[in-house]
Design a binder for this molecule. Structure first.
Ligand code: NAD
Length: 436
């Protein structure tokens, strides 16, 4: 099939590349000229494990191309995907200007039937709005399909190639047929393609992300309580996770959810509910608790140093909002840096993939170093904000030699408590016994 994908971010580039992998001809469009040039030169502009292999293979076979020219991209496409940003507007509601703007541009270019697929996360009613834009600007028949994306950064290629489910919101039989054909190769194991109306499909995505954000937040609160009552959150996690109704996944406590999706999607759902005069109380609490949790490590540090960290120097391991991505949008590490610097501390930071992106946002507010051990030089304590595998089994002998003090504030519970006792560390983690 001939496919156009508008927007080549984490979702668009993975979508375009994975669709070309099953033999489709895919043209990806972006307004960012530098990014398009990079891709045309064979460079993957984001860090996403496994993406480069598929990217290069399909470019070599000329099934995957990149352009800034929207007209050329949509001309022969049977299906046009929109994978555009939907950032929070000033009031927290999703800003639909990218989607509606692109819909308008596309509507003025097409001359034959197209399926317009919205992959972005959008509020209920967006498919209707997009359809209205087309109706206003063209007589050409289109079907607008809601197809929310559930991929997780870090395992996005696997998630796209073998999705748990594909959700498609459309009433059109013609669009259903085309979309079933397109997604067939990805659900061969029997995972479902779930057809539904557009509104249910749009809400499914917000409900999924909000549920997951709630699950994380619930565990963070349990962890905070564990610290107060002398329980161990790891034991509690295992105790509840083995109940199939609860499940083992997404029960790890930490320093709050971040990333480009959960914060904005929870906020957008609350806002959409408000607009419908529904008070979505549980999600309001989730937002409030998460705000607090993002700086819980800072609270622990301030308590330890009796509110005086002026002149202290910290090593920070981890900047990305989660491992295996270079995405630092809404990363808890950024909030920690901000708070510590405001209190007069300095930091040396290391992240395997997120450093460039952080540099672009906060510049020389911190010192960037080339490896995790270099960050420890002259540090009063080590702080851990992202659970990259490379931090899980570090060379503690080497650390002992470099660190000024054996002090770790761990926002991701990476180390065994007994080991920390044996090695003589002060070790402050989340929802577990304080060591030292
Ligand atoms: P992103 O910011 O990484 O990428 C968006 C891309 O669109 C950028 O490259 C930008 O230059 C481009 N763009 C903007 N306006 C354009 C236009 N008019 N024409 C062509 N290109 C244009 O965004 P993302 O993380 O890929 O997210 C896209 C959507 O998917 C959002 O709604 C998001 O909520 C949703 N989503 C994201 C994820 C994720 O993990 N990142 C997962 C599921 C759903």
């Amino acid at each position: 099939m001939k496919i156009a994908v508008i927007g080549t971010g984490y979702v668009g580039l993975v979508t375009g590349t994975c669709l070309s992998e099953t033999g489709n001809d895919v043209i990806c469009v972006d307004i960012n000229e530098a990014k398009v040039k990079k891709m045309q030169n064979g460079e993957v502009p984001i860090y996403e494990p496994g993406l480069d292999l598929l990217f290069h293979r399909n470019i070599a076979q000329k099934r995957l191309t990149f352009t800034t020219d929207l007209a050329a991209a949509v001309k022969d496409a049977q299906i046009i995907f929109m994978a555009l940003p939907t950032p929070p507007g000033g009031d927290g509601a999703a800003d639909l200007s990218y989607i509606l703007g692109a819909a308008k541009d596309i509507s003025k270019l097409i001359t034959d039937y197209k399926v317009i697929v919205n992959k972005s996360t959008v509020p209920v009613g967006t498919a209707d709005k997009v359809s209205a834009v087309f109706a206003e600007n063209t007589n050409v028949e289109v079907d607008v399909v809601s197809n929310p994306e559930f991929l997780r950064e870090g395992v996005a290629v696997d998630d796209f190639m073998k999705p748990d489910r594909v959700v498609l919101g459309t009433k059109s039989e013609r669009a259903k047929k085309l979309m079933t054909e397109l997604y067939g190769p990805y659900v061969r194991q029997g995972n479902p393609i779930l057809f539904m109306d557009e509104r249910s499909s749009e809400l499914t995505k917000y409900a999924a992300n909000s549920f997951l954000a709630t699950k994380i937040t619930f565990m963070n609160e349990v962890a905070n309580l564990c610290e107060m009552v002398g329980a161990d959150v790891d034991a509690v996690r295992r105790g509840i996770g083995s109940d199939e109704r609860i499940g083992k996944r997404f029960l790890f406590p930490g320093i709050g959810y971040g990333g480009s999706c959960f914060p904005k999607d929870v906020q957008a759902l609350v806002k959409a509910a408000d607009e419908s005069k529904y008070d979505f109380q549980i999600l309001k609490s989730v937002m409030e608790v998460n705000e607090r949790q993002k700086t819980i490590l800072v609270d622990k540090i301030l308590k330890y140093y009796k509110n005086d960290i002026k002149g202290k120097h910290f090593a920070l391991w981890g900047l990305a909002f989660k491992p295996e991505t270079d995405d630092i949008r809404e990363a808890p590490a950024l909030y920690i840096i901000d708070a510590l610097v405001k209190h007069g501390a300095t930091l040396s930071v290391f992240d395997p993939e997120g450093m460039e992106n952080v540099k672009n946002i906060i510049g020389d507010k911190v010192v960037y170093v080339d490896n995790q051990y270099e960050a420890l030089k002259d540090a009063d304590a080590l702080l851990i904000a992202t659970e990259w595998s490379v931090f899980r089994n570090p060379d503690f002998d080497r650390m002992d030699e470099i660190l000024k003090n054996k002090i770790i504030f761990d926002g991701r519970n990476l180390y065994d408590l007994e080991k920390m006792v044996d090695m003589g560390y002060y070790y402050n983690s989340i929802g577990r016994k304080l060591i030292g």
